[in-house]
Design a binder for this molecule. Structure first.
Ligand SMILES: NC(=O)c1ccc[n+]([C@@H]2O[C@H](COP(=O)([O-])OP(=O)(O)OC[C@H]3O[C@@H](n4cnc5c(N)ncnc54)[C@H](OP(=O)(O)O)[C@@H]3O)[C@@H](O)[C@H]2O)c1
Length: 208
């Protein structure tokens, strides 16, 4: 699959390497442009190339957004319309500035992203594990103790695709529901964030 990744830092860079290892073609972009990515690319292995943000948005059948949450309005709703967009962002007001709907908890951060990216098939995912866990702790399906990775979204088919990617990089996908409900369960402050838990442990903690 062609995967575009906007953001080449802890999460974007780690996912680029993992997804390329799993056999996908990955175009990764950052804020400073493709030239600035050359050294970092060498650490990501074959199958990853540097791109502009616009190129990554055009290239991906799935586009992963791995930039500070507060930057989401720099994405292109036009280029992302109809695509599966994975929002990995977490809202930290001290970094991102204040968003009223998040401070009063009337919306989740992924709902805000989906509202802005009208027509994109937004899935929240890859946001509830630290990047070093993502990098080092993936295991083959069926391995005892395999960690869970929660996801949320309103588009069931899009979640199915993202669940497949999660499984390929070594984690058990756990669908927590819509962007409103599930999104709320996997943002900072929830009992399963950060979620270094198995799928069973995650479901038990959410039920408690
Ligand atoms: N770090 C974690 O363990 C972790 C875990 C789960 C979720 N998250 C969330 O994932 C998101 C990314 O975090 P991170 O730790 O990967 O951040 P990071 O290491 O600081 O990397 C951020 C990346 O985003 C790029 N960027 C910033 N603004 C951009 C823009 N407007 N357009 C294009 N690229 C832009 C930066 O480009 P340059 O390199 O050119 O500056 C950089 O490559 C955040 O919302 C964070 O809260 C992080």
């Amino acid at each position: 699959m062609n995967i575009g990744i906007v953001g080449s830092g802890h999460i974007g860079g780690t996912l680029a390497a993992k997804l390329a290892q799993a056999g996908h073609d990955v175009a990764v972009a950052n804020a400073h442009g493709p030239q600035s990515l050359q050294t970092r690319l060498a650490t990501m292995g074959n199958g990853v190339r540097a791109a502009t943000v616009e190129e990554a948005e055009r290239f991906g059948e799935v586009v992963i957004v791995a930039i500070p949450f507060g930057q989401y309005r720099s994405l292109s709703p036009e280029l992302l319309r109809g695509k599966i967009v994975v929002d990995t962002g977490n809202y930290y007001p001290q970094r991102d500035g204040n968003f009223r709907q998040l401070d009063d908890d009337s919306m989740t951060s992924c709902e805000l992203v989906a509202e802005y990216l009208q027509g994109a098939r937004v899935v929240k995912g890859f946001n509830a594990l630290r990047s070093d866990v993502l990098r080092d702790e993936g295991k083959p399906a069926g391995t005892p103790g395999r960690l869970a990775m929660p996801l949320a979204g309103n588009d069931v088919a899009a979640k199915h695709v993202v669940s497949g990617l999660i499984d390929e990089i070594g984690f058990d996908p756990v669908d927590l529901g819509s962007l409103a409900e599930g999104g709320r369960q996997i943002q900072p402050g929830s009992p399963v964030y950060p979620a270094r838990l198995t799928a069973l442990e995650m479901m038990q903690r959410l039920a408690a």
